[in-house]
Design a protein around this ligand. Structure first.
Ligand SMILES: CC(C)(COP(=O)(O)OP(=O)(O)OC[C@H]1O[C@@H](n2cnc3c(N)ncnc32)[C@H](O)[C@@H]1OP(=O)(O)O)[C@@H](O)C(=O)NCCC(=O)NCCS
Length: 159
């Protein structure tokens, strides 16, 4: 992967400015705390990992896997969350997570729209819980269309 892809990306939409920069080991404690949020875990249908499991998972499967495209989302110098593109079951999926204090202000919309051009591969999929209205809306606003829906999961696709 070319080095230019690790230049920070700046984006301003929806009235907020974010930077997508290289995801670093030193970000992991913050990213870990952000994913330990019972309300968001329930809404997203994604269980929290304890600190050791989270650090191991990210170190091995995210930082340790060159095929995973990953960025830390920064707003005004603070780590707002992270965004990933990874392969699962032969498909490229997006994953993203913001700390509670950073939600509901347009950061998710801005970060996803800035990240998509970095991921040249299409189709891309987003797998979400039907209750996760904010996540579904982010995908919709970024051009994803609903590909498959069942009681527990919606799969959105960008061609
Ligand atoms: C999902 C997530 C990334 C969305 O990012 P965000 O910055 O909170 O969302 P935005 O502020 O960009 O809002 C996106 C849209 O959802 C709407 N929205 C935001 N929060 C909402 C909420 N709690 N309920 C309903 N709608 C909501 C916004 O109004 C906006 O729609 P609009 O542009 O039509 O007005 C973020 O909320 C998050 O990290 N949540 C916890 C983890 C998670 O669910 N990850 C995704 C797993 S699939």
């Amino acid at each position: 992967m070319g080095g230019f892809l690790f230049e920070p990306q700046f984006a301003t939409t929806h009235g907020v400015s974010v930077t997508l920069r290289k995801l670093m080991v030193s970000d992991l404690p913050t990213l870990c705390s952000q994913q330990q949020d019972p309300e968001a875990n329930a809404l997203a249908g994604v269980p929290a990992r304890d600190r050791q499991a989270f650090i191991e998972h990210f170190t091995t499967n995210v930082l340790g896997n060159e095929a995973v495209i990953k960025r830390t989302i920064v707003e005004h110098g603070a780590i707002a969350g992270h965004i990933l593109c990874f392969e699962r079951d032969g498909r490229r999926e997006l994953g993203y997570w913001l700390g509670r204090a950073f939600r509901g202000r347009g950061i998710g919309s801005t970060a996803v729209s800035a990240f998509l051009p970095l991921v040249g591969l299409r189709p891309l999929y987003g797998v979400v819980s039907p209750a996760n209205v904010a996540s579904i809306r982010v995908l919709q606003k970024c051009g994803f269309v609903c590909h498959k829906r069942d009681d527990n999961t919606e799969t959105w696709r960008l061609d």
